[in-house]
Ligand binder design. Structure first.
Ligand code: 4AD
Length: 429
């Protein structure tokens, strides 16, 4: 048994091989049955005719339906007209499951394709998205391991909020209520005291009512937290991480990027350094581009689209006003009206993919912030303890992996970047 990609290589030409997979296309012309077989590695054409196939086998081969599962054996030949310039001349055929009409065709609308996502994941387009996604997740892990970070895990059921109460999911918990986590950040912060450099990849949950290109209610969050780092150190680390992830995708997924229609040359130019632009200046740039923005406004997907269409590389937005960021962000000692933080905005209209920065590490400042935000100290007793015992300066970040895949693959919406998106209107399949 070999894979399709192996069958497309030089070494099997003229040999008898066996392949397994699914029917991608099938048609018969006169006394010949043509079958294009798909497996996880690609597609290859096979041709069947008597007497190499028995009369029964030929009958089956000439009436195969799309996505039926089959096993075929035969001699591999070179054929310039066939995809991959190879053709398998079949001498045996076995069917595992013969389908009635497969319900999926590309020209169906977005909602239909989401309803049958369990079948659409087999399409060549979605297979390519899954492969790009695989590289993004793997290279995130590989990058941080290569830099001496430890991977850690945090609970998903929590009793605190990191990013404000309005996007919390409440779930019943033995007569009480807990929240689904919005971010593993606070738990990562606990672990820098033992490991100094930590990261995690886990789902985060946001009860976001928005139905923009970039909102999921459950998304994959890659987060890092580092002892002794300041905001600039963190941004430098993120630049190197982004360079690595993009270079790995360009190394392993060119064919996939082409299949989903990504302009690869643009992606090749995304290397760091990335500009650092203060929030105040971003507001000015937005207004120069025709938006009506005021200092202190939170930028939504539409505003970020206009602004980032203006850039051809990711940009860091820094120095946000205190009022726009969560309570844990450290005010800039020189300009206390702003915090030492950053958002990384992807270019080409995509917008925010990372949020990060320095954390407040002084106990009295954090206590005051909790008070200012109307948050009960008791719920955060353990988070405050970190500022009581051996507290240190530190920074961290959170990267939305689904948003990153959406941008890297040049997809229209985040719903196309994840196999089973969860949004306000979708919990199935
Ligand atoms: O900016 P956010 O809310 O920051 C945090 O959660 C921090 N506690 C992270 C940290 O410092 N450890 O979220 C971080 C990133 C965003 O930049 C975005 O990419 C992604 O998470 N994100 C979402 N992705 C998909 N759907 C949503 N509803 C998202 N909300 C945030």
């Amino acid at each position: 048994m070999i894979s399709v990609s192996e069958a497309l290589s030089e070494k099997y030409v003229g040999k008898n091989v066996t392949l397994r997979g699914w029917v991608y296309r099938a048609r018969s012309v006169g006394k010949k049955a043509f079958v294009v077989l798909r497996d996880s590695s690609g597609i290859i054409q096979a041709v069947g005719e008597e007497p190499a196939l028995s009369a029964d086998e030929f009958k089956i081969a000439s009436s195969l339906t799309v996505e039926s599962s089959i096993e075929i054996s035969g001699i591999l030949k070179e054929d310039k007209r066939a995809p991959g310039e190879r053709e398998l001349v079949m001498n045996s055929l076995k069917v595992y499951c013969r389908n009635d009409n497969f319900p999926v065709t590309k020209d169906k609308g977005e909602e239909f394709l989401l309803d049958i996502r369990h079948l659409w994941v087999r399409s060549r387009e979605f297979t390519s998205v899954l492969k790009i996604r695989n590289t993004v997740f793997k290279s995130f892990n590989d990058y941080f391991y290569s830099q001496g970070y430890y991977q850690v895990q945090a609970p998903m059921m929590v009793s605190t909020a990191t990013e404000g109460g309005s996007t919390l999911f409440k779930v019943p918990f033995f007569g009480q209520e807990v929240n689904l986590t919005q971010s593993s950040q606070f738990y990562l912060e606990t672990m820098i005291f033992s490991l100094e450099k930590v990261f995690t990849i886990a789902p985060s949950f946001r009860a976001e009512k928005s139905r923009t290109w970039r909102h999921l209610t459950e998304y994959w969050h890659a987060e890092g937290e580092v002892a002794w780092y300041g905001n600039e150190d963190m941004m430098k680390e993120e630049e190197k991480m982004m360079d690595y992830i993009i270079s790995e995708v360009l190394k392993h997924n060119v064919e996939d990027l082409e299949r989903v229609g990504r302009d690869i040359n643009k992606l090749k130019n995304m290397n760091s350094p990335f500009l650092r632009i203060p929030y105040r200046r971003i507001i000015e740039i937005g207004n120069e581009l025709g938006l009506k923005l005021e200092y202190g406004m939170d930028l939504g997907a539409d505003e970020e689209r206009t602004i980032t269409n203006h850039f051809d590389k990711p940009v860091f937005v820094t120095d946000f006003p205190v009022s726009l960021k969560s309570f844990y962000h450290r005010p800039d000692p020189d300009h206390p009206e702003t915090v030492l933080c950053h958002d990384l905005l992807a270019p080409e209209g995509y917008g925010e993919i990372i949020g990060g920065g320095e954390r407040i590490w002084e106990l009295d400042v954090l206590k005051q912030k909790l008070k200012d935000f109307g948050m009960p100290e008791d719920d955060y007793y353990w988070y405050l303890d970190l500022r009581k015992y051996g507290s240190i300066p530190h920074s961290g970040f959170g990267l939305g992996l689904d948003r990153l895949v959406t941008w890297i693959a040049g997809l229209k919406t985040i719903r196309d970047s994840i196999p089973f998106p969860r949004t306000i209107r979708r919990t199935k399949p």
